[in-house]
Design a protein around this ligand. Structure first.
Ligand code: SIN
Length: 474
């Protein structure tokens, strides 16, 4: 596979790097290391394509997106297979991700038709004020490996629907999925230059983008550390920025919760993609009245999770993406034990017997406390630490005691307690008796150091629009 620029594949003569399967360590493909020149060519292509793309009617752009959606759905099995090979997640989750990715394209194919301006009552009788929306221009996107397809379409679909053109840099771990999406875009007849993909080292991409006046917006999903750096770099050209950054999600179970609902929600939130999602429950706070019953049921469920190669039918937990991720998880577990926590299930690297894989056992930790790494940093692995709590106030205090604010979850059957909790939690996404809140219809994004802006829903298209007003003298 090669870089996709101006509707064609480029990259002959470049150095190639290998892509490995995290379940086996095997090389599954290779991609060219793109250069700054490749990025500049992609910018020029996107800039050139912008003048025609923005002039299309919303209806015309919608037709292109509909066809793109259809192509992704038609190739669901093939794309899912690639996701599992390069990311490691179980095939059933990969198929779910392809449909999740496609859902953004479908939703924004419609939403693009609802980019409304407005007429505002003016101050004087002698003029009128009209507010209109226009595309921001060329958009650059940097996407992560944990959702190799969906994190591209969640940015790409609203950008295209708004009339912007797009350049994506997928991560080096999962570029093959991105290439499949480019093939779908080409098959859908999306005009050359409207979507481009370059695979370059991180700095080559971000520095070239930041230096360009043609690129008006940068949208990024990844760590807070990198987000901070991009924000600083963006200062010179005052780029419009959207940042989806780290999470550190608390999950609270109050003593009037439905135990089954709470366990089901915890499993759904925590173990998706082996715990490698920004919104997965990172730390649990369980009230004393329900603690024993909840922990007992959770333990049964965690024990049943099957670890293995994602290509096997019954796998629930695939490998972690790389050795570095595995070491971080190990460090969190070691630190918890050192500080007095108790391992009830799992707790160590999983010996898969396949060789080369980076697996960690699904792990349940009790007696977790404030200050432990697993309660203060994003673990990004299949580890659930549980701390016993005594009141709603304590739950809110502990949950909010972090610089992050992406997602939080709580379980209670009380409308009154739940409403108060929802209002008190400083998070952009709240799951109330629900462990899987992500959907194309809703504005995904975080508060505090978890990011800027929202993706998904009506807010997700606003991120790609400029507001302009017209003051008309009569
Ligand atoms: C993420 O981990 O950043 C995305 C998760 C989701 O969309 O549900």
């Amino acid at each position: 596979m090669l870089n996709f620029i101006n509707g064609d594949w480029h990259g002959e003569g470049r150095d190639f790097f290998d892509i490995t399967n995290p379940a086996t360590g095997e090389v599954i493909g290779s991609m060219p290391n793109g250069t700054r020149e490749d990025v500049r060519r992609a910018i020029d292509a996107a800039d050139k394509a912008f003048s025609n793309w923005k002039e299309l009617t919303a209806e015309e752009r919608s037709h292109y997106l509909e066809r793109f959606h259809q192509k992704i759905v038609e190739r669901k099995e093939e794309i899912a297979h690639i996701i599992t090979l390069e990311n490691g997640k179980p095939l059933k989750e990969s198929k779910g991700e392809v449909m999740y990715a496609a859902s953004f394209v479908k939703w924004y194919a419609e939403e693009g038709k609802r980019i409304y301006g407005k007429t505002v009552p003016s101050k004087g009788a002698d003029h009128r004020i009209q507010v209109m929306k226009q595309p921001v221009g060329v958009v650059a996107a940097i996407t992560p490996w944990n959702f190799p397809a969906a994190m591209i379409t969640r940015k790409l679909a609203p950008a295209l629907a708004a009339g912007c053109t797009f350049i994506v840099k997928p991560p080096k771990e999962t570029p093959l999925t991105a290439a499949k999406l480019m093939e779908c875009a080409r098959e859908a007849g999306i005009p050359a230059g409207v979507i481009n993909m370059v695979i370059t080292p991180d700095e080559a991409f971000s520095e070239t983008i930041q230096q360009s006046e043609q690129v008006r917006k940068l949208t990024f999903t990844g760590s807070t550390e990198v987000g901070r750096l991009l924000m600083k770099q963006s200062a010179d050209s005052i780029k419009n920025l959207s940042l989806e950054l780290g999470g550190q999600a608390p999950l609270v179970v109050l003593d009037d919760a439905d135990v089954e609902k709470a366990v089901e929600g915890t499993m759904a939130s925590k173990f998706r993609n082996a715990g490698q999602t920004c919104i997965c429950a990172n730390r649990l706070y369980v009230q004393e009245g329900i603690y024993d019953a909840f922990v007992e049921r959770l333990k049964e469920e965690v024990q049943q999770l099957k670890v293995g190669n994602g290509l096997e039918e019954d796998t629930d937990i695939g490998p972690l993406i790389h050795q570095e991720g595995l070491e971080k998880v190990e460090q969190h577990v070691r630190d918890a034990v050192k500080q007095g926590a108790t391992i009830v299930v799992g707790g160590k690297e999983y010996e898969s017997g396949i060789g080369g894989g980076t697996f960690f056992e699904p792990t349940l930790i009790l007696d977790a406390e404030e200050g432990m790494l697993c309660m203060t940093e994003e673990t990004f692995g299949p580890v659930v630490p549980v701390q016993k709590i005594h009141s709603d106030e304590e739950a809110v205090r502990l949950a909010n005691d972090t610089p992050f604010g992406l997602a939080a979850y709580f379980f209670t059957e009380s409308m009154s307690r739940g409403t108060k909790l929802a209002e008190a939690l400083d998070y952009g996404i709240i799951g109330w008796n629900h462990g899987a809140p992500s959907t194309a219809q809703a504005p995904f994004g975080g508060m505090k150091q978890s990011g800027l802006g929202r993706e998904g829903g009506a807010e997700g298209i606003e991120a790609f629009l400029e507001t302009k007003y017209l003051s008309i003298g009569l």
